[in-house]
Design a protein around this ligand. Structure first.
Ligand code: FES
Ligand code: FES
Length: 216
């Protein structure tokens, strides 16, 4: 943070921009300057979630890193000072697919694909803050993501496999071994791929927050 130089990270790489345009959005910057075109420009006004990226901030007072799903079309580039941005390119690709990407694909939660990077980044952010969300938390997290193709059902079916209830039903992580545990697995095994063929989500394998940014 020297003078008018903006410093932040994108997908683990330090970005410095001297005299950044105060009117530029984060979305324009990552798409046109960094050529990361995963995040899409849909509405440009915070309504569709196609531009969603994850922004991580270190909170020194409590020594914690918090992750936020952010509409990059609304976020001013200059507000990224000292923060770490993760775009869909930063979490996985065809050779090394992230479990969130794999599940939306295998459950047929992507058709035209325009909303997909934003939806993937919303789910990814939720998991970074809470690796085992409840079904309700997961559904609520998609308030800000629109999809005009799929009708949402296959997207939520895919992501339900990350939830506490689903893991309970599989006996993987049964919290209380209650006979009333909702069994979500039956419909998913019929509609989706074999659960055992899915890449497990391992939060310990996620990239660390840039140590540089903890010194501020
Ligand atoms: Fe629609 Fe950003 S492009 S919310
Ligand atoms: Fe087309 Fe969601 S897959 S908008």
């Amino acid at each position: 943070t020297k003078g008018d130089t903006l410093v932040f990270y994108v997908n683990g790489v330090k970005v410095t921009e001297s005299k950044p345009d105060p009117e530029m959005t984060l979305l324009t910057y990552i798409r046109t300057k960094l050529h990361l075109t995963g995040a899409k420009l849909g509405c440009g006004e915070g309504g569709c979630g196609a531009c969603t990226v994850m922004v991580s901030r270190y909170l020194p007072a409590i020594d914690v890193v918090r992750h936020y799903s952010v509409n990059a079309c609304l976020a001013p580039l200059c507000s990224m000072q000292g923060l770490a941005v993760t775009t869909v390119e930063g979490i996985g690709n065809m050779k090394n697919i992230h479990p969130v990407q794999e599940r939306i694909a295998k459950f047929h939660g992507s058709q035209c694909g325009f909303c997909t990077p934003g939806i993937v980044m919303s789910m990814y952010t939720l998991l970074r803050n809470n690796p085992t969300p409840t079904d309700t938390e997961m559904e609520a997290y998609f308030d800000g993501n629109l999809c005009r193709c799929t009708g949402y059902r296959p997207i939520l079916d895919g992501f339900r496999t990350f939830t506490k209830e689903f893991k309970c039903a599989l006996g993987e992580q049964c919290c209380q071994k209650r006979s009333t545990a909702t069994n979500h697995s039956s419909s998913n095994t019929v509609l989706g791929p074999k659960i055992t063929s899915l890449k497990p989500y391992d939060p310990t394998q996620e990239p660390i927050f840039p140590p540089d940014l903890k010194v501020n």
